[in-house]
Write a protein of this length. Structure first.
Length: 324
């Protein structure tokens, strides 16, 4: 039996708990493990996972985004899951071993207790994949074969199509984020970005902007990433997509939810010397939290890579629109 056949057999025989909450889409069994493995295959394809050791001590935003993207395609909205759930249970498969933190022992009882990333990190710093499996994953053809077997052996025909579509979107989104990154290092030319699928565009733009700003809000400087991999920032357009169809990285900034809303409503802006502008409408409103007013004239927090700074021509259009 070839190495690929061995892992195809393992992947097609994943132990998944049956239960009445799981629909025919997931063959009436828990879908966590195959969905996490689909996300892991994407991270290998993107060059984010570069060794058989998968560390969980850093930020898990991209893993969680990919996991959630697949999950939402086939699981009802009300049902959610932490990535820690399958990450820990995969230890019971022959190819995935949790690495214990010093002084801890990985037992079945310990694994059964894990339902959040915080709990996972208390016992483990990550997982070690079989080296032979990792080398299959880095080869596009073998990676596709592994993805295919997960889809075929764990899901209904419709769910399989939906998840294959999501995998294609994730692939396009990654290519799109690379394209936007390269483009930002060249002179601006007018370009219609609308030929890409909206879901790939959204994900690709967000990936680039959020990473470029390292999850920090350009206006107020807040940076919060939860252990589960949720980040406080959005990828905001300076001139809205609806009017500009412009995903140039220089038309984007990472903004926290509050600053994003205020920027979109014209209550906050950025000056021609990259300082924060606070609208008079905010200062005059007694209900506005005081700290927003204190942002006035502070320097915006911009990426290290100067080429990715917001373009003054877009910031000027925003100021003009809202008379800032
Ligand atoms: Zn903010």
């Amino acid at each position: 039996m070839s190495t690929l056949d061995t892992y195809i057999e393992y992947f097609s025989a994943l132990r998944r708990a049956p239960g009445p909450v799981w629909s025919a889409a997931t063959q009436n069994r828990a879908p966590h493990k195959p969905i996490l493995l689909l996300a892991v295959l994407d991270l290998v394809a993107r060059g984010v996972i570069t060794s058989p050791v998968f560390d969980v001590t850093g930020d898990l935003v991209e893993l969680n985004d990919l996991f959630t993207g697949y999950w939402r395609r086939i699981v009802p909205l009300a049902q959610t899951s932490s990535i820690a759930f399958p990450f820990s249970r995969l230890h019971n498969e022959p190819f995935w071993k949790l690495i214990p933190v010093p002084g801890k022992e990985i037992t079945q009882a310990v694994i059964n207790n894990v339902s959040s990333v915080n709990q996972l990190r208390r016992i483990s710093s990550g997982a070690r994949l079989d080296e032979a499996l990792y080398y299959l994953m880095i080869q596009p053809e073998n990676r596709n074969a592994l993805r295919e077997i997960l889809l075929r052996s764990c899901f209904s025909e419709q769910a399989r199509l939906d998840l294959a579509d999501q995998a294609a979107i994730n692939g396009e989104a990654y290519i799109y984020s690379q394209k936007l990154f390269n483009k930002a290092h060249q002179p601006k030319v007018e370009e219609v970005f609308g030929q890409y699928r909206a879901s790939a565009r959204d994900q690709g733009f967000r990936r680039l902007i959020v990473r470029t700003y390292d999850h920090r809000c350009a206006l107020c400087g807040v940076r919060i990433i939860t252990p589960e991999g949720h980040t406080v920032v959005d990828a905001a357009h300076i001139v809205p997509w609806s009017t500009s169809q412009n995903d140039d990285a220089r038309n984007g900034m990472a903004l926290c939810k509050l600053c994003h809303w205020n920027f979109d409503k014209g209550l906050l802006g950025i000056s021609n010397s990259y300082n924060v502008i606070v609208s008079r409408k905010i200062s005059a409103n007694a209900n506005v939290p005081g700290f927003l007013v204190t942002l006035a004239d502070r320097g915006a927090i911009l990426p290290l890579d100067h080429d990715l700074w917001p373009a003054q021509e877009y910031l000027a259009l925003h100021r003009q629109e809202w008379q800032l």
